[in-house]
Design a protein around this ligand. Structure first.
Ligand code: FES
Length: 677
């Protein structure tokens, strides 16, 4: 007896043996490989496309060939005539296994290619969304069979799609008969089933065959809200948009927003309305841009820090304003878009990722999901820098998390010439260590200030301030060129050598820019950066202590700040621990990407829900060693840590000598205490 053919699916690598004549879609489903299907195998939706990989796959012991799959059938020929079926593509509902096969299931399938405007960031998210579209043809009503219209739809959904025990959204009841008649007894049902064990719900009904279903992935940051419109059927990001968080008018940072709620009884409601209105506007924007009807939005995933998370859900965040930082809800939240006043399809669902702790929110959970320290063997450090830095460190064996109150210095606030990243803001700085002369680059021009044409290229935008990434660079460059000591003091003696060093009262400042507007880096600015970076580093160090490690293997910098910051300068300042620079990467809006993963694959929802329960939360304020790490981290790069990997790539200034000629390493002996040995 010949063995059943072996079928291997890519990219998942799942494999199994199936009798000849098995539809490819059935083989995939039996192995748990997700293949989209809206039409239920009628050959009209085109969502189930696959491709045969030809050749010898020695590793798998498979020789795969197009001769091992059935020839193009009538449904495929009809689909290819009506739509576009690329050469080599097959409809897995209409193609049958005839021999050993390696089958590729393209994850980013474009059926309505015209609506795709924006390329995604290259990574592919395997899909298994919580919402499915199911097309059914329903019998016409019959006086002798008094089964209601909705009941006949349900019966068909059970027969064709296997959905039993369906719950119906109340808002559909008054519409069923009209929809069914408008579709001439054909309808497409949207079924929501978040967990395989949960009861599925019928959440939307469209007349006839309907081939569009979208989701929203949104990161509610305290400064900005970023939102993506994603096709649930192809996985593509169709359009993205962002706006500043309108809650800023109630308070720049998180704690001032909590104080506002405490002091103004109406404050919570005002902030909730503000953020929901901004999200509704963004949804309108992306839908207009992509020509998508908001009625086709059926699932939404939101992430945010605990305070944003609570305010969005209409929960008073007062308890998060002080110890023990009690969350009203820490687990994942399942809700209705209409309950949160988000105006999309009435049946659309909302999923919010779980929060890790009172200070480490659903945004950090999304970053964790995206970067996956819990999937690694190596020790991965993930840092999301905002006004509050969220830090996750670990590997598959143990993961720990904390937040550190870095304040808004890294975003340009608290700095005398600081500004948000916008055209005209200085974004790059270099200082000549001999002459102490700076050169800068500003957002909106590609030229350095010492290059011909710079004045011209900045004539309209001007040079207006220093943004976060440049603040890191300018302080680090001041350190590397000897303008500031490792303790962060601007060396007044250099005023004799350069007119860039100027005295202001009892301290000195560095003149970074002379133009229409003079920009000075003052001693207080350097201090603000030192305080922020020391808070971040002390938090990281506490987590490293918990893990019992003295170095990390990789560092991922999440968030807008991480995108523009140069890792080398971040390390020179001692913002992050010593690490091979090639293992430090900026990962952009990882929180938004994590939200997209949870939107497109409900398996990721279960993964992060499980991971969050295992992450150990460290409350930095309660840790006795925080202060010690903080004090050491005030120095550049650090009073105690040697940073040998960085020293191989960057010429660091010599460490300061004590009066006895020894290196001031910050140890108690050097501080006048008694040596313990
Ligand atoms: Fe619709 Fe195959 S399932 S074309």
């Amino acid at each position: 007896m010949t063995e059943n053919p072996l079928v291997l699916f890519m990219p998942s690598g799942k494999r199994g043996r199936f009798p000849k004549g098995t539809p490819v879609i059935d083989a995939a489903r039996e192995l748990g490989v997700y293949v989209e299907s809206v039409c239920g195998g009628r050959g009209i939706c085109g969502r189930c496309q696959c491709e045969v990989q030809e050749g010898k796959f020695a590793k798998h012991g498979i020789t795969s060939s197009n001769d091992h799959i059935s020839v193009l059938g009538p449904k495929e020929i009809r689909y290819a005539e009506k739509r576009d079926l690329k050469a080599g593509r097959r409809l897995s509902c209409s193609a049958y296994v005839q021999g050993d096969l390696v089958i590729d299931i393209p994850q980013d399938l474009q059926v309505n290619a015209q609506v795709v405007r924006k390329a995604d960031d290259g990574r592919i998210i395997e899909r298994n969304p919580a919402v499915h579209l199911c097309y059914v043809e329903v019998e016409e009503p019959d006086m002798h069979k008094p089964l209601g219209d909705l009941d006949r739809i349900m019966a068909q959904l059970e027969t064709e799609w296997g959905y039993t025990d369906l719950m119906i959204d109340q808002h559909l009841l008054p519409q069923v008969q009209k929809i069914l008649r408008a579709g001439e007894w054909k309808v497409t049902a949207a079924i929501h089933q978040d967990m395989d064990s949960s009861r599925p719900s019928l959440i939307a009904l469209y007349p006839g065959f309907h081939n569009e279903a979208y989701g929203i992935a949104c990161d509610i940051g305290s400064t900005t809200i970023a939102l993506h419109l994603v096709s649930l059927l192809s996985g593509s990001t169709i359009a993205s948009s962002g706006t500043s968080n309108p809650q800023i008018r109630f308070g720049e940072d998180l704690m001032s927003r909590v104080s506002y709620v405490m002091m103004n009884p109406e404050g919570r409601e005002g902030m909730t309305t503000a953020v929901r209105t901004a999200i509704n506007n963004l949804i309108q924007n992306v839908c207009t841009e992509a020509n998508v009807d908001t009625q086709n939005i059926l699932d939404l995933v939101f992430v945010g820090n605990p305070i944003m998370h609570h305010l969005f859900l209409g929960i008073d965040p007062t308890e998060l304003g002080g110890a023990p930082f009690a969350l009203a809800v820490s687990g994942a939240v399942h809700s209705w878009a209409s309950d949160q006043e988000i105006f999309v399809n009435k049946g659309a669902r909302i999923y919010m990722l779980p929060c890790i702790a009172g200070h480490v929110g659903a945004d950090a959970a999304a970053v964790t999901l995206c970067e996956g320290p819990h999937r690694q063997d190596k020790q991965m450090l993930v840092v999301d820098v905002g006004t509050n830095a969220e830090i996750v460190l670990g590997n598959r064996h143990r993961t720990v998390a904390a937040s550190s109150p870095t304040g808004p210095a890294f975003e340009g606030a608290e700095i005398s010439c600081g500004q948000r990243a916008a055209p005209g803001a200085i974004e790059r700085v270099r200082i000549d260590p001999e002459t102490l002369e700076p050169k800068v680059r500003v957002i909106g021009s590609t030229l350095w200030s010492d290059e011909p044409g710079f004045a011209n290229s900045t004539s309209t935008i001007g040079v207006t301030g220093v943004c976060g990434s440049a603040i890191i660079e300018v302080v680090a460059e001041m350190f590397l060129s000897g303008i500031i000591s490792e303790d962060g003091v601007i060396d007044g003696k250099l005023a004799e050598k350069s007119d860039r060093i100027v005295q202001e009262g009892r301290t000195f400042s560095y003149v970074l820019w002379r133009g229409q507007q003079e920009m000075l880096i003052r001693q207080t600015d350097v201090r603000a950066i030192q305080l922020a970076k020391a808070a971040l580093y002390a938090g990281i160090k506490l987590l490293m202590d918990k893990q019992g490690i003295t170095e990390v293997d990789t560092i991922s910098f999440a968030g807008a700040f991480g995108t523009f910051i140069d890792p080398k300068y971040a390390m020179v300042l001692g913002l992050i621990p010593d690490c091979d620079l090639e293992h430090v990467k900026a990962v952009g809006n990882a929180a938004g990407y994590g939200a997209k993963m949870a939107l497109l694959n409900k398996g990721y929802r279960r993964e992060i829900e499980d991971t969050v329960t295992k992450i150990e939360k460290i409350e930095t304020a309660l840790e006795p060693d925080f202060q010690r790490h903080f004090v050491n981290a005030m120095a550049m790069p650090n009073k105690l840590e040697p940073f040998p990997k960085l020293a191989k790539q960057v010429k660091l200034p010599k460490r300061q000598l004590m009066a006895d000629g020894a290196i001031d390493d910050g140890s108690p002996r050097r501080r006048g205490g008694r040596a313990r040995r």
